[in-house]
Design a protein around this ligand. Sequence first.
Ligand code: BES
Ligand code: MN
Ligand code: MN
Length: 466
Amino acid sequence: MKNTQEYIHENKEKFLNELLDLLRTPSISADPSYTNDVSKCAEQLAQHMRSVGLDSVEICSTAGHPIVYGEKIIDSKLPTVLVYGHYDVQPADPLELWTSPPFEPVIKTTSAHPQGAIFARGACDDKGQMFMHVKSFEAMLSSNELPCNVKFMIEGEEEVGSPNLGIYVKENKEKLAADIILVSDTGMLANDVPSITTGLRGLSYVEVEVVGPNRDLHSGLYGGCVANPINILTEMIASLHDKDGKITIPGFYSSVEELSNEERGEMAKAPFSHAHYCEALDIEDTYGEATYSTMERGSIRPTLDVNGIWGGYIGEGAKTVIASKAQAKISMRLVPHQSSEEITALFVKHFESIAPKGVRVKVTPHHGGEPVVTPTDSIAYKAASMAYETTFGKKPIPVRSGGSIPIIAMFEEELGLKTMMMGFGLDSDAIHSPNEHFGLFNFYRGIETIPYFFENYTKLMSNENA
Ligand code: BES
Ligand code: MN
Ligand code: MN
């Protein structure tokens, strides 16, 4: 019988083709017109999980999109790893910016991926990464080297804020009992600089509306005489940052955890090239909060960004009009120990307070989530670190990421479990953007590294309990 790594080596083509099949199903969770495709994708995944030998595979319906569950319990005395991921994807628009159709995956090379990358929506976030676990499992089981129990919980609503996963977790605590949660839905620094994600930012997301006159007005007849909602909204938004890039909402920073100089020094050791960073984005310089590095601005500091803004006339040519209202969507990324609920409340209070007479302001909160930091002195971290050392030949660097996976904090609260984040994507993989891709190197290296994590984790846990 082949061992796990040999099995992976001999099945690379097959693994890739199976992933491409999954990528052809447009499982866009945000758009109701794709509901059938989301269900189809869940079906496809469940079928696949059965075929690789997982037991009790089921499609768990929720008030929204279904969760796919499966498990392999080999011995109740051994540790249990609960793998979480998501099979839903972001909408693909703007379609015209894709160089190949988002749901017709193809392999192309890029400068970061000279060995080729899979171009498709969801290739990296998160179908490709979630699927690595299914394939690692297949390899371990087929070679009789699965060292512990494993459970899979793959949801279909991550990209819309996981509105139903919390309920599922609360109702299935026993079924989900485990020792550690394992997630590949983040990134690493570079293909030759392995890193482990040790933190994620939280999120507060709000939609704002500034309403002026009861109808659109002629900008000649009324211009200068009434508050123009677009002028006002943009002024209000501009005032949310001061000239040092600090957010002006009173109380916004009051619970922010400040890192010690020592911790900042540790962080600064991660390789970062300002020139490469700018070149990759075609910008002349970076921008952000004074006295913090780009790495810090994007991970350990809270931020506020307009994600969309609209109002008034945006058609061909010129139409002289003062719009009756203007709107924007705003996200705030949060760090330990900010609370999403508190920050949203502070935003609402402040935004309403800065509205001038002559307009009405409405703030509607959307989904939010809490930040997380995971320990680097845990058994799981050691097991992962050793696994990377085996496959990359280098010790991974711990890095806090700027992205958010709100349910990870919820897992800790509801299940009392820590999460190990082993992400294999690159920041340049264009997740959520046109031309999302996932390196073949990354896909295969992930599949190779995960079984070492299982092996190391099981061994270290049994030493611990001996
Ligand atoms: N996988 C991402 C989060 C991520 C990506 C974290 C890269 C770290 C590195 C996840 O699917 C995502 O997009 N999360 C959203 C929030 C969610 C509530 C829609 C985000 O971070 O904007
Ligand atoms: Mn994701
Ligand atoms: Mn995402």
